[in-house]
Design a protein around this ligand. Structure first.
Ligand code: G3P
Length: 215
């Protein structure tokens, strides 16, 4: 499973990249709004830190506008993946981008039919938002299971990018289902390695080593 970080914060991206297990980055307008500086400058900095897919979202919701913005974003760096919302114009733009060799991450996906359409249009990634489904008492992970099953049935190459991840259990469940990618906020990545028994065990080993090291 590939690990992406879901943030536009360069400091967090640097820390996650330093762990050596980061495969890519996803951003969205809300995440960019939390940072200072121009979007393009933030993207350029991110591309220097991580050598993997970097999702950058268009703000336009009309077809021509999406193409204009997406082409500009894609021209910034070879690793930029254009993120487009799962609406009719987004589907049309995805098809065009795919024909032009521009990778698309279809975002704001909440149903298996939307995911099926994203794959048919040629999206490189599909982003089902599982946490937001959980928030309205729907099982977000059930959607991941459905999409992975559908894509397997037809050998679609679109990668299932689990988004709106809120805690490590989401990561475990997504990995068990076989999703291709999990994008996580920094705090979730940070929690993945933590275990109280590891800390207790290490403290004991270090204390015992103090007793023997000067023998
Ligand atoms: O990047 C899209 C997605 O991961 C957003 O997550 O927590 O705002 O639902 P969240």
């Amino acid at each position: 499973m590939k690990f992406f970080i879901d943030t536009a914060n360069v400091g967090e991206i640097k820390q996650a990249a330093a762990l050596g297990v980061l495969d890519g980055v996803t951003t969205n307008p809300s995440l960019v709004a939390k940072e200072t500086g121009k979007f393009e400058d933030i993207l350029r900095q991110i591309c220097e830190i991580v050598d993997g897919p970097i999702s950058a979202e268009v703000a336009a919701i009309d077809y021509e506008g999406m193409l204009r913005e997406g082409r500009t974003l894609a021209a910034l760096h070879k690793n930029i993946v254009v993120k487009v919302p799962c609406i009719k114009t987004g589907l049309q733009a995805t098809k065009t981008f795919a024909e032009e060799g521009i990778g698309v991450n279809m975002t704001l996906v909440f149903s298996p039919t939307q995911a099926l359409l994203a794959a048919k249009a040629g999206a490189r990634f599909v982003s089902p938002f599982i946490g937001r489904l959980d928030d309205i008492s729907e099982d977000g992970m059930n959607l991941i299971e459905q999409i992975v099953g559908i894509y397997d049935n037809y050998a679609f190459e679109t990668e299932v990018l689990v988004a709106s991840v809120r805690h490590p259990l989401h990561v475990v469940q997504a990995a068990l289902i076989g999703a291709d990618v999990c994008t996580m906020p920094f705090n979730v990545i940070d929690k993945l390695i933590q275990h109280p028994l590891t800390d207790l065990g290490l403290a004991k080993f270090l204390a015992d080593w103090e007793k023997v090291k000067n023998r």
